[in-house]
Design a protein around this ligand. Sequence first.
Ligand code: SAM
Length: 350
Amino acid sequence: MSYIPKVVLPPTPSAADLLRTYKLPALRRFAQNFLLDPRATSKFVACAGNIENKLVVEVGPGPGGITRQLFEHGAARVAAIEKDIRLFPALQTLSNAVDSRLRLYLGDILDFNIESVLPDDITTQHGSWESDESSSCSPIHLLGNLPFNIAIPLLIRWLKQVSTRSGPFSFGYRIPITICMQEAVAGRIVSDPLMDQRGRLSIIFQNWFDCRVKHVFSGRAFVPAANVNVAVIQLIPLKRPLVEVSYDLLDKVTRVAFHTRNKKMGTTIAALFQEETRDDDTRELLHRAHLKSDTMCLTLATEEFGQLAQIYGDIISRPRPTHEQLDQKINRNELTFELGETYVRPEKIK
Ligand code: SAM
């Protein structure tokens, strides 16, 4: 990609002017809380780090306040995906001012294939995922001040793609992500063991990402004002996940473990197994993970949860004896209760 210097845009109406000119009230159904003050939009873009000469994929540009700052901070190109068609004339004004380096797409980011809008010069040059530079050299940055209600579904979509190196993450770059969300939800993502907000989100995101809160805006920074504080969170995919485990397994184990907070592991994770084998399977899982049954899930490190999920996957993928085989074993008095003996029909054991 050729170098494109930082630009000072020709006089262009501000995002606030554009909203007035095009008579665009913020719509609740699109969860629109705009960042219009240039100091705030500049602060948001600064949280992304170095975007010079990069392609920024912006989710929900609204009237373009952040979009404009992206160019002023040196972005080479912006691909903006917006669901509200009313905003396109305002965004087109900005696109004209930057010689079409702003590409606009009407769509819902939750089913939009970002890779389909990446230009050939990016998709044909693969990065080396495990190199130190893979995230700083990523020619792409994903970013947006988007509605609170889509932040987690979107991040989970990207997390699954990171875990399988698919979608926009299939080109070998650890693409940084910078987005806004409620401060309380961001807190759940970045929390360490023993912290109040520690939970499923902390474990699943920290297994695949370096997660940091870069800034917190007061709700009053938005138009209309948001009724909570809003955090700018940055997620950078790790070179390797802390534990190699599938998203589905880690999600299942953490959902069950944190279903009732502060309960002991022995009680909570038992729900992972079928009734017939529950006691033995739970005992085996705890034993192999070197955990005591009274360990509180809030104390576990992300790696420990990853290992728990790996072992759980191993236990449930093992071939199980059928009821008939088990009955025969019981009749022959061969049933033992060692760890790993997985299929016991309690009603047969007297
Ligand atoms: N980024 C702009 C700003 O800071 O002023 C707008 C922020 S507003 C919180 C969220 C924007 O995302 C709105 O413009 C809204 O129309 C758009 N949006 C809402 N749901 C979306 C979706 N599923 N896909 C793409 N854009 C969406």
